[in-house]
Design a protein around this ligand. Structure first.
Ligand code: WQD
Length: 345
């Protein structure tokens, strides 16, 4: 039985779908702070398979223990955590407590039950401002905000856990910029409030929620002056987790992998790709740079290909088509389904 913490979220729900399609049995713990139980109902509809959902928080260690007792967990994919860069600057204690303590609670219970296979959700944000590109896993790290520092600290904590007991099998997955949705358009990114990230904001402009996109700076040393990122389709990202889980089952060790495509796209290039894919105009207005942003970031994903047999396959057009398909079908996201589906689950 695979435990997916944060499994009701944007990335988590896509991972649960891929796990079920690969005939894994899945248990989800999620506190629903930034996710919707409706996503898991739809994952079950799409796959024709069932999973177990437990509403709860990793800070409740007795709850984690009960899940391990009740469901015979054999491995953990750990996604649960706060992840808004800007918010982390204003609420560092909340981020450190939630992300660090929550992970420690989880790992202690894993140790108690002798469950030592962990797939950990990290982020390219640990690289800070890259010294050179593309980024390999051996590039220097240095997070520039509390959120990124929680990920970096957790990577170091997991390294120490492995050194203390080499029976652990730990895969640290550094995500680049996940966008897109399952091709059905039934599950997707549904951030609460005003989206921080680029693609959910673009889709909300395209569907008429916002009048235009604010482009944070066009004076970076990049192809067109706007920020360049390595956008990866969320389904490719989800499949990277399944590859890591299946490839490292029965093995020991700790390895870090970049999950990106290896290609960078600027803000304006993504807007252009989205307009082509959706047939919708996305008006935009150039504004000042966003504090903390870097100019350019994209991965060298060769190690994941070599060691996990995984590489991203979907194109930027797929990402735009699928992002638009989700938003078109769900202009208000999962809202209105939250209470109903919790009872059903
Ligand atoms: C992408 C580009 C912006 C919004 C963050 C976190 C990272 C990960 C992914 C958690 C940048 C520009 C954005 C907008 C814009 N999250 N932009 N207008 O900042 O690369 O990464 O999200 O793991 O940790 O740091 O992603 O989508 O916010 O920004 O011009 O309204 O789009 O300046 O160049 P980012 P993003």
């Amino acid at each position: 039985m695979i435990l997916v913490t944060g499994g009701a979220g944007y990335i988590g729900s896509h991972i649960c779908l891929e796990l079920l399609e690969r005939n894994h049995e899945v248990v989800v713990i999620d506190n629903l702070y930034n996710s919707h139980p409706e996503s898991l109902l739809r994952v079950q509809e799409l796959t024709g398979k069932t999973l177990t959902f437990v509403e709860g928080d990793l800070l409740d260690q007795d709850l984690i223990r009960k899940v391990f007792e009740d469901y015979g967990i054999t491995a953990v994919i750990h996604l649960a955590g706060l992840k808004a860069v800007g918010e982390s600057v204003s609420m560092p204690l909340t981020y450190y407590h939630n992300n660090i303590t929550g992970t420690l609670m989880l790992c202690e219970v894993m140790k108690e039950f002798g469950v030592k296979q962990l797939i950990f959700s990290s982020s390219a944000t640990v690289y800070g401002t890259p010294d050179s590109l593309p980024l390999t896993e051996s590039a220097s790290v240095g997070a520039a905000n509390p959120y990124g520092r929680t990920k970096l600290m957790l990577e170091e904590i997991l390294q120490d856990v492995y050194v203390s007991d080499e029976a652990w099998s730990i895969s640290v997955l550094r995500y680049f910029n996940p966008i897109g949705s399952h091709s059905s358009g039934r599950i997707g990114e549904d951030p609460a409030g005003i989206p921080n990230n680029l693609m959910p904001y673009i889709t909300k402009v395209a569907v008429g929620h916002f009048p235009d996109l604010k482009v944070f700076g066009d004076d970076y040393p990049t192809v067109d002056g706007t920020g360049v990122r390595d956008y990866i389709h969320v389904v490719d990202l989800a499949r990277g987790h399944v590859h890591a889980l299946e490839k490292t089952a029965g093995e020991t060790g700790i390895e870090t992998y970049n999950l990106g495509t290896g290609e960078g796209y600027s803000v304006l290039q993504l807007v252009q790709a989205f307009e082509k894919a959706s047939g919708r105009k996305v008006p935009y207005e150039i504004q000042d740079r966003r504090p903390g942003d870097i100019a350019e970031c994209f991965a060298d994903p060769a190690k994941a290909h070599l060691k996990l047999g995984w590489q991203a396959e979907k194109t930027i057009d797929d990402m735009c088509v699928d992002s638009w398909n989700w938003r078109k079908q769900n202009p208000e996201g999962y809202t209105g389904e939250k209470n109903a589906s919790k009872q059903e689950l």
